[in-house]
Design a protein around this ligand. Sequence first.
Ligand SMILES: [Zn+2]
Length: 490
Amino acid sequence: MGKKIIKVVLAIVIVIIAVMLIKALSFTSRQIKTEPAGNFAVDTKNVSQHLSGAIKIPTISFENEAEIKGTEFLNFHKYLERTYPRLHKSLHREIVNNYSLLYTWAGKDKNLKPFILMAHMDVVPVEAASKDQWTHNAFAGDIADGYIWGRGALDNKSDLMGIMEAIEGLLAQGFQPQRTLYIVSGHDEERGGNQGAVKIAALLKARGITPDYVLDEGMVITDGMMPGVSSRVGLIGIAEKGFISVELIAKGDGGHSSMPSRETTVGILCKAITKLESNQMPARLDGPAKHLFDYVGREMSFTNKMIFANLWLTEGLLKSQLQKVKTTNAMIRTTTAPTMLEGSSRDNVLPNVARAVVNFRLLPGDTPDSVLAHIRKTVNDPRVEVKPMLKQIQGASPVASINSKSFFAIQKSIRQVFPDVVVAPSLAVVASDSRHFALLTNDVYRFAPMVLQATDISRLHGINERVAVENYVQMIKFYMQLITNSQMEK
Ligand SMILES: [Zn+2]
């Protein structure tokens, strides 16, 4: 009898291993083979100086609206006009809501759906306290040691100037598009985009424009950041997380701290926060994250392929591993982040009201309502009021297709200009202006052709922002290639 059981168990184990092996062996690369990149001439010195000049104009989105200088944005418009004369002759420019820009490059074939390239023109301020830590002045636009330095070098003037440079270059070569192309450049992305991108999206909607796809910033080419993959990885964001901030308010007896109740408002509030931290929204390996691991898993070692090709068996184990690292954790769940706390203003005063703010970043599939329900159920304390902050609610974006011709065009363009780069769909964990374009099409992609290493991440919105000259030239070539590849019929 015992022998029989051992035999059955052994047979099951053999079958499982056989299935895993077969699945891993057929888990072959999703990377496409492409013809070489087009022969695009880019004058490195010229284009670097153009970007440097753009950085010198401080188009800053200050937190305090009164500090924002409209004249700098108008200067920036004039600078674009001077720098790209061909573009300004051939494309139709509209100024939307005083400072945002919408360009139309009319295609010859009106039956083809247009496409939209986006890049905002505003930058975040430089903190006064950090000024000394910049190797090069943030608004000097220095070109040194193979880099173009300054605020906006990455976020997002290199994209905007890169797109403009690509069009100027294509026009010089006599290129005329079949398909209409819109360039959208908002002036308040760093403040939420309500004055710029929102207005332009509404304008295009009113005109009945249904673009084939939209491409904006959001994800990049990562260098050495994807565990298990030795190549650089170009991540195309096919969706963007949403957010909701919720106030937790505990009310009770205030008074002198010499005679506190057993539970104070601060204590009650902290218990609620602890409950939320220890009972997070469940991790889910689906949607964009699943696509990501499906693409990158195929580029890994055989052992890793065994894991990623056999999610039917390994999903639980994989999720528990992904949850341990904050970057991958953010890809597979709606995150919980307590960010603000308020009690009394004196050490010997018990507050009547204690208040906290918790910020949640929504995975596609979770909604502000489902998160609120989760919070109420988890806190489960009538003494704690749960109050959503109405201005801080944004659902996750729709998920763009990975089987569309436009996804293919982006993927192909990356592979042509960066032949060693592995391309994968992904989830953008930060917000961009492109979310406002969901009303025009589902196929909104988030990718900028900039190469970032882990140490570069802190340069975004931080100090010593810079882009490598070599990378900037590749960015321009990427946009030339993408515009060319996007002409295919549909
Ligand atoms: Zn940006």
